[in-house]
Design a protein around this ligand. Structure first.
Ligand code: GLA
Length: 392
């Protein structure tokens, strides 16, 4: 009798795990409208982003999701069907266009009444909305907590004796939409956006989530980017094929950081096995932006099939060394200089499993440094980063 009960549960769990890992075996890559266009985004902007993902080489470098963030929503009709607003006349046609370019289509909603931008969201319409996304050919859903926090706070005020009510409601809301998208039968990557509150890395995987935000929003500033990036220390054990920690989207190309600062951004995000969702205006990419976003070896660190997130090895004042295990026994090493002056940073290869030394490659300099042993040192400009691949 015990076996009869346990076996189906085990089978169900393994089926879920398989669906999760086939949807996002490596961290999702693509482009999202929010960081640059925010509430101004239109159908034409998204189509031209799709065109430029192809013409710039971004698609072929792996950036395949084209994600429409908040502000596409209109009103619900008498049947409860949500319509788009005038900026997005035909979502099915937009999805078809995106797919015709060999790209995938992402959309955004919230579990409450309203999205963060104050637009109509999915509360009470989860199944209906999920079916509509599937009919549009949606491949990715970002589900953003926002106004549902008001529902949670209200319930907490009404039930002061239940300290878990807010967390329980949030998890139930994310489960509801997770179940609704599973029920459509279409593989839709499920991205939780609730700013890292209540450790989503502990309960996200079981809901079928493929990624979850670990922090509040990024912005295009060095201070905010490093505050988020370095706060990821200790989270590596929660990521793996099918389920990823998400320290938020990329700001590279948005213009308010220096090239060295954007290099730090990309280096840290690939070591974190973070989803790489570019958030820039693709029509205005400089050569420096392109070489950071499309460096094949840096992307390969992020996308390594082992699916291990990197973590901090050591920190001393404004200097940091992070490592990420790679397939084939190799290790990616990141050096970071957060100070305002040029500084030297080193790693001891003996401390990362290479007692007899190893081949070392500098990814950003695109240079083989040869077989090295013991201490490997680089000189970093202020706010700079170095990315090394150790071992062959
Ligand atoms: C929140 C999210 C952002 C973006 C906006 C849209 O702030 O964290 O990534 O989706 O909402 O309103």
């Amino acid at each position: 009798m015990r076996h009869l009960i346990l076996l189906p549960a085990a089978l169900l769990l393994s089926t879920l795990a398989t669906a999760q890992s086939t949807t996002a075996p490596t961290p999702p890559m693509g482009w999202n409208s929010w960081n640059h266009f925010a509430g101004r985004v239109t159908d034409a902007d998204v189509r031209s982003a799709a065109d430029m993902l192809v013409s710039s080489g971004m698609r072929d470098a792996g950036y395949v999701y084209v994600n429409v963030d908040d502000t596409w929503e209109g009103n619900r009709d008498a049947q409860g069907l949500l319509h788009t607003n005038s900026k997005f006349p035909d979502m099915k046609a937009l999805g078809d266009y995106i797919h015709s370019k060999g790209l995938k289509f992402g959309i955004y909603s919230s579990p409450g009444d309203k999205t963060c931008g104050g637009y109509a969201a999915s509360l009470g319409h989860e199944e209906q909305d999920a079916r509509m996304y599937a009919s549009w050919g949606v491949d990715f859903l970002k589900y953003d907590l926002c106004s549902f926090q008001d529902n949670m706070a209200k319930a907490q005020a009404e039930h002061p004796g239940n300290p878990n009510i807010e967390k329980d409601m949030m998890i139930a809301a994310y489960r509801r939409m997770g179940d609704a998208i599973k029920a459509t039968g279409r593989p839709i990557l499920y991205s939780l956006c609730q700013y890292g509150v209540d450790q989503p890395w502990e309960w996200g995987p079981e809901l079928g989530a493929n990624m979850w935000r670990t922090t509040d929003d990024i912005d295009d500033s060095y201070g905010r980017m490093i505050a988020i990036g370095f706060s990821q220390a200790g989270l590596s054990k929660y990521a793996g094929p099918g389920h990823w920690n998400d320290p938020d989207m990329l700001e590279i190309g948005n213009g308010k950081m220096s090239e060295d600062e954007y290099r730090t951004h990309m280096t840290l995000w690939v070591l974190l096995a973070a989803p790489l969702l570019a958030g820039n205006d693709l029509s205005k990419m400089t050569e420096a932006d392109k070489s950071l976003l499309m460096n094949k070896e840096a992307i390969a660190v992020d996308q390594d099939p082992l699916g291990k997130q990197g973590d901090r090895l050591y920190e001393s004042g404004d200097l940091d060394v992070w490592t990420k295990p790679l397939s084939g026994g190799r290790v990616a090493v990141g050096f970071f200089n957060r100070s305002w002056s040029t500084r030297k940073v080193s790693v001891d290869l003996r401390e990362i499993g290479f007692g007899n030394g190893a081949h070392v490659r500098d990814v950003w300099k695109m240079k083989d440094l040869g077989h090295l042993s013991g201490l490997v040192t680089d000189t970093l400009p202020k706010h700079g980063a170095t990315l090394l691949i150790v071992g062959r």
